[in-house]
Write a protein that binds this ligand. Structure first.
Ligand SMILES: Cc1cc2nc3c(=O)[nH]c(=O)nc-3n(C[C@H](O)[C@H](O)[C@H](O)COP(=O)(O)OP(=O)(O)OC[C@H]3O[C@@H](n4cnc5c(N)ncnc54)[C@H](O)[C@@H]3O)c2cc1C
Length: 551
């Protein structure tokens, strides 16, 4: 038997545009492997919905690989032990995987696997799968060139799956454990987004094939966003859809020039020499997609694919943001209670009410419950939920970050941590994201459709009072047999008082010299001098919004 190649699948559960799979297939028989890691599943940010999606995706991946000649092997255990066991059963010559940008746990796991492979003289090649550049912060003093690197990485063509895999016989394929077997609670969401590469590609085709029209207009309201947005996020997070291939398909369907189809494939620059030529097989199922008639919608979508990697790069560069605020002194900010909470609720009680969707603010409660029921919210509603927790309830982001992560079906650590910190105001941006929950409800759910759906105890409340049920006169409430405080909570905090107190406390805190120095240091590190010099107004606006170049 030729030198057997193991391809370790992690957050890249697909066969298309999979450089490690192609490289391995070129060199010998392939053993595709997924390791179900109980240590990972026990992490506080891992939730039952994640396993549902991954399990479905693995089922399809197994079938796709079987059709190519070698089904997926599934093993349960700690990664180095699994690899050792596999090596004893079927000695292999090389190990391939995609780079992963995760938290300390997966970083340590990958380091252990590298050490294991090195100790046995097995080459372990990890290839990038999108725009995140490994070791970028250490090699470059500023992020000025990052966007250019991203564009390079996104050049086409996308990679076709290998034509066939040479099998490795006589190995048990292994079964996929259930939630119960992994010690996970049942996944009790009411609505589920299907996992698997084909579901992801179908969403992509639907969105780029016309579904993007109205994207910008519909992306914020919880009523329109589920259809207006692409819903590709879980597929990008778990890798059933390649972000790079999606960028290419988006360009093909109408954003920017078509130049990239002919260019070199920079992802392959890091491959060992002989592998590159045959890997660059053009793969263009995307040619079915029509040129799009809504280029501004597609341009907005394309920017977000860029942001996806931008935020992941932050975590790649600074693993400390897993537990520490980007501007570290901010971790002291919410150590002091503000004392404005109705009934003097303690931190745990506030957190519990927010999690359960029992704050007395209809849109906040609808969002909390919709997230639990579906695993998804549009960006604006995510931002609102976090801003309310951080500002109105004065909760340190570290107290609710893991709980949210467990619920997002599309949990991507780098994006999640950056967004949670930005919306909590602990990064280097000037802007305070302090939303008024009632105004947001009136703007984005004026007819109360979303609120009534997720907070059924408000269904009897007439529309004029629905967004502020505590204002309904007792007589009118009695007419519909509804009592605030009995059928639905009174607000656990007064938004006006709480946001005023938060604003004042943050203003004062920001005057501290150590906070100013740490903020400035972060701005200097992350600003893009070339871009800011060329477009001073845009840079100032961006800074006010606390956006890309500063964080
Ligand atoms: C507190 C908070 C936590 C978040 N956590 C995550 C997370 O864990 N995983 C995640 O993918 N997104 C996260 N987001 C960003 C955003 O809300 C989701 O990407 C988006 O709602 C997913 O739906 P979609 O795929 O239909 O998005 P679309 O609007 O169709 O966007 C397409 C893709 O672009 C990327 N994208 C969109 N918006 C952003 C953004 N603001 N920052 C970075 N990338 C973006 C995503 O990959 C998304 O799938 C978070 C936002 C907030 C405010």
């Amino acid at each position: 038997m030729d030198a057997v190649q193991v391809v370790w699948f992690k957050r890249d559960l697909r066969v298309a545009d999979h450089a490690p799979l192609l490289a391995a297939a070129r060199r010998g028989p392939v053993l595709p492997l997924y390791i179900v890691e109980p240590g990972l599943v026990r992490q506080p940010d891992y939730g039952p919905a994640h396993w549902t999606f991954v399990r479905e995706s693995l089922r399809e991946l197994r079938a796709s690989l079987a059709a190519l000649g070698q089904p997926l092997l599934v093993r349960v255990g700690e990664a180095t032990k699994v690899l050792q066991g596999l090596h004893e059963a079927a000695p292999f010559a090389a190990l391939w995987a995609h780079e992963e940008t995760g938290l300390a746990w997966s970083f340590a796991r990958d380091r252990a696997v590298r050490a294991w492979a090195q100790s046995r003289g097995i080459p372990f090649t990890e290839l990038p799968q999108h725009g995140v550049v490994r070791g970028y912060a250490a090699r470059y003093p500023s992020r000025a060139a990052w966007s250019a690197r991203w564009e390079e990485r996104m050049r086409g063509p996308a990679l076709a799956p290998p034509a066939a895999l040479r099998p490795v016989p006589d190995l048990a394929h292994g079964s996929l454990p259930t939630h119960q077997q992994l010690g996970l609670p049942p996944d009790d969401r009411l609505e589920r987004q299907a996992g698997g590469e084909s579901a992801g590609l179908a969403l992509r085709d639907a969105f780029l094939g016309g579904g993007a029209a109205g994207y910008r207009r519909g992306m914020s309201s919880p009523n329109t966003a589920p259809d207006a947005c692409s819903r590709l996020s879980p597929h990008l997070a778990w890798g059933t859809v390649s972000l790079r291939a999606l960028v290419l398909a988006t360009k093909q369907s109408g954003v920017g020039s078509r130049e990239s189809r002919e260019g070199p494939l920079p992802l392959l620059a890091s491959l060992p020499s002989a592998a590159s030529d045959s890997l660059a097989t053009p793969y263009s199922p995307d040619s079915r997609l029509p040129t799009h008639d809504s280029p501004r919608d597609l341009a907005a979508f394309a920017s977000r694919l860029h942001w996806h990697c931008h935020f992941m790069q932050k975590l790649e560069d600074a693993g400390r943001i897993e537990r520490e605020s980007l501007v570290a002194p901010y971790d002291e900010l919410r150590a002091v209670e503000l004392g404005i909470f109705v009934g003097g609720l303690g931190r745990e009680e506030r957190l519990a009410a927010w999690r359960a969707g029992q704050t007395g603010y209809p849109l906040i409660d609808a969002c909390a419950r919709a997230l639990r029921g579906t695993g998804w919210l549009p960006f604006r509603m995510r931002a609102l939920l976090v801003s309310f927790a951080a500002h109105d309830l004065w909760l340190p982001w570290q107290t609710f970050s893991d709980g949210l992560a467990r619920l997002w079906l599309d949990y991507e650590p780098g994006i999640h941590l950056c967004q949670v910190q930005m919306q909590s105001g602990v990064t280097a941006g000037d802007a305070l994201r302090l939303y008024n929950p009632t105004k947001q409800a009136l703007d984005h759910d004026p007819a109360g459709v979303f609120i009534r759906r997720w907070v059924p105890e408000l269904r009897r409340v007439p529309l004029p009072y629905l967004h502020q049920p505590w204002t309904m006169p007792a007589e009118e409430a009695a007419n519909v047999g509804w009592v605030v405080g009995r059928d639905y909570p009174l607000p656990i905090v007064d938004h006006e008082a709480a946001s005023g107190a938060a604003r004042a406390a943050i203003g004062l805190f920001r005057r501290r010299p150590d906070v100013q120095a740490a903020t400035q240091a972060m701005r200097d590190r992350h600003s893009d001098p070339r871009r800011n010099a060329a477009r001073p107004d845009a840079a100032a606006k961006q800074r006010a919004r606390g956006q890309l170049s500063l964080f």
